[in-house]
Design a protein around this ligand. Structure first.
Ligand code: ATP
Ligand code: MG
Length: 659
């Protein structure tokens, strides 16, 4: 299958049917689609009562009278931490492992639900002693350690909305987020382990505090790395001094279903990050439901591992709230995938017998680049389901994931959702859906999605590129942008009028009616009047054997309106070849022709630049807007959410030296 595009062949002919064995035990059922279609609110009311324990039952499922500001499960009361921890202990599952913690240095901790209950109670008592109460905001700036999960749950228990900020963000980013949320407490660590080294973390909090104007009264510090820290007496407190001696019981108070649970800033791929806020009952319902029907978690037998950082929405919904609400056993890994070597993840899968793995396409493409032989060294036979989230997963990566990680047996769920949607929205149901590599396929039961044309009219014709919208409110939807209700209406509910939630993503249907996500609307290009998607051209580039990863942007062009500019990372073997004198130019030509062959001459990139790294957010998303700045010779925009800020200067140098 060398000449003909693997991806094209697959898109058209090849889907993977669920095995009977998987289908027989799957939590998701085909009938759910019709049930939700027939009675949208009734369906969600049923899920809310099935997955959540309410201290007081709700009276009204949905109040949409103040649209686009929704109220779900009105009149209901619950405590999220009780649902994620205490009720499992009460049900006799206190001995079940909640968290297998694996530190980057190889230190481990096994935390049962009974342990977690005590840890959360102590932390809730400690926070109370610092004057944190219902409605107060708490900023969490921590690495992937159990105390982070415990702190989030302690906040939820007290009704104090948390704002988790990526451990990789700068003091500047931290300062604006702390101030935007007016957090009175910051919880952090002395440092974090990153690639075998202790990197300071509290230092950034100190720097943020040095701005002077801040609402913070206390900084609670977990000792993780033993890194030296500066200390502000009266403000700073060690976790072990305050939390360890607290009573290990705590009475959870029920919260209103619409009480704010957390604020979380989006990753900033399209502009300045927005403080998205979520509430209690609806959010927990949809997290638990999707973790059950999409990840197919069976809490009594599965070992689940979501590799996201807890500072990203995936970590909130699918490390903390969804799996813990379901009483699942999960792995929490602190470090990077290549410490101390590139097989670390697969050793973890083997060690804990992970059965469900949820990760991002950027990670999968990195593993492809590192080589098939690395996962082959570990026993991955415990895996039974794989998931993907964060970006479109191109068919090549999907197939590689299935073959080299999933042993050609595990279903893959490609899950589309956003910080704003709170939980999974578009995804196959494993055991029900015939899987189509590269497509997120279909809105899950209870969710309604459509694709609109430029005039805002829904269409279903295949291969036409349009705008993804959601047509009905859903329980875990954002309740707004913190402190800015107008921006909420304008960003999401005005593009196509108040009936449609505008997701900001381009999409199309294939001939079978599957939805394909095509990247941000800003990333859908118009070249000589043709609508082209960045995701499709990137997928074509990655289908070339020498390419590991690609990012495509549309740059202003006098003749064609926009022109396709590509940035590619080569696979290891190809890098050496391309370094030979003269070889680089030939390769660029070869890749341009390859795209023309895969998609059509119109998609042929005007320029292809070979780079060593692409600018990515900490959650692993490519920041195309920065590449567009480079391609259009502009000053590079807001880089505060970039994982590695040196990447952009390297790319700019490469540009000016004409590489
Ligand atoms: P910002 O909104 O600040 O630009 P962001 O959109 O990257 O940041 P997130 O909420 O983390 O922040 O990401 C949601 C976006 O990620 C979606 O709108 C979509 O573009 C992309 N995405 C997530 N999952 C998938 C998927 N399975 N397939 C395709 N795209 C996906
Ligand atoms: Mg977004």
């Amino acid at each position: 299958m060398s000449e003909e595009s693997l991806s094209t062949v697959l898109q058209q002919d090849h889907s993977f049917e669920p095995s009977d064995e998987f289908a027989a035990k799957a939590n998701g059922k085909a009938e759910m689609y019709a049930a939700a279609e027939a009675d949208h609110e009734g369906f969600w009311a049923e899920q809310a009562r099935k997955y959540v324990t309410w201290s007081k039952d709700f009276e009204t499922t949905l109040d949409w009278s103040g649209a686009p500001f929704a109220k779900w499960f009105v009149g209901g009361e619950l405590n999220v931490a009780y649902n994620c921890v205490d009720r499992h202990v009460e049900a006799g599952n206190g001995d079940r492992v909640a968290i297998h913690f694996e530190g980057e240095q190889g230190d481990t901790r096994t935390i049962t639900y009974a342990d977690l209950q005590k840890d959360v109670a102590k932390a809730a008592n400690a926070l109370t002693s610092l004057g944190v109460g219902k409605g107060d905001r708490v900023a969490i700036y921590m690495p992937m350690i159990p105390e982070t999960v415990v702190t989030m749950l302690a906040c939820a228990r007290l009704g104090a909305p948390h704002s988790v900020i990526f451990g990789g963000f700068s003091a500047e980013a931290l300062h604006t987020r702390i101030n935007d949320a007016e957090a009175k407490l910051v919880v952090t660590t002395d440092g974090q382990w990153r690639r075998g080294k202790a990197a300071p973390l509290k230092a950034a909090v100190d720097e943020a505090m040095n701005h002077g104007d801040h609402p913070v009264e206390n900084v609670l510090v977990v000792r993780r790395t033993g890194t030296d820290v500066e200390w502000a007496d009266g403000r700073d407190i060690w976790w072990h001094d305050l939390v360890d001696d607290q009573p290990d019981t705590h009475e959870a108070q029920p919260m209103d279903s619409e009480h704010p649970l957390f604020i979380l800033y989006t990753s900033g791929t399209t502009g300045k990050p927005k403080g998205i806020f979520h509430t209690t009952g609806g959010y927990l319902t949809q997290c638990a439901y999707t973790n059950s029907v999409v990840h197919d978690v069976h809490p009594e037998s599965d070992v689940y591992w979501c590799t996201a950082d807890v500072g990203w929405v995936t970590g909130h919904s699918y490390i903390v709230y969804g799996p813990l609400a379901n009483g699942a056993t999960q792995v929490l890994y602190e470090g990077t995938p290549d410490t101390p070597h590139q097989g670390r993840w697969w050793e973890i899968v083997e060690k804990y017998k992970v059965s469900i793995l949820y990760t991002a396409p950027t990670a999968i493409r990195t593993f492809m680049k590192w080589g098939d032989d690395i996962p082959a060294k570990s026993d991955l036979s415990s895996l039974r389901l794989l998931g993907s989230v964060g970006e479109p997963i191109n068919p090549e990566a999907w197939l590689w994931y299935r073959k080299h990680i999933g042993g050609d047996r595990c279903p893959i769920v490609d899950t589309w959702w956003q910080t704003e949607t709170g939980a999974i929205m578009i995804s196959p149901l494993p055991g029900v859906t015939d899987l189509e590599p590269g497509s997120a396929q279909k809105a899950i039961p209870g969710i309604s999605a459509e694709i609109l044309d430029d005039e805002g009219k829904p269409f279903t014709e295949p291969e036409k590129v349009g705008y993804l919208v959601l047509t009905k409110p859903w329980p875990s939807m954002l309740r707004g942008i913190w402190g800015d209700p107008e921006r909420y209406k304008e960003t999401y509910w005005s593009r196509f009028g108040p009936k449609y939630y505008f997701a900001g993503d381009g999409a199309k249907y294939d001939a079978k009616g599957n939805i394909w996500l095509l990247g941000r609307v800003d990333d859908v290009m118009n070249v000589s009047g043709h609508r082209l998607s960045t995701a499709e051209i990137e997928s074509a580039l990655v289908s070339h054997p020498k390419v590991a990863e690609a990012a495509v942007v549309g740059a202003a062009d006098e003749t064609t309106g926009q022109a396709v500019c590509a940035f590619v990372i080569l696979r290891k073997e190809a890098v050496e070849e391309a370094d030979e004198p003269g070889e680089g130019k030939d390769l660029v030509q070869e890749l341009r022709n390859h795209v023309a062959h895969e998609i059509g001459p119109i998609a042929k990139p005007r320029s292809i630049m070979i780079v060593a790294e692409l600018p990515k957010t900490r959650s692993g998303k490519i920041m195309r807007r920065l590449l567009r700045d480079v391609a259009e010779n502009r000053e590079v925009g807001d880089v505060t959410t970039l994982a590695d800020s040196s990447v952009m200067s390297l790319i700019k140098e490469g540009m000016s030296s004409g590489a």
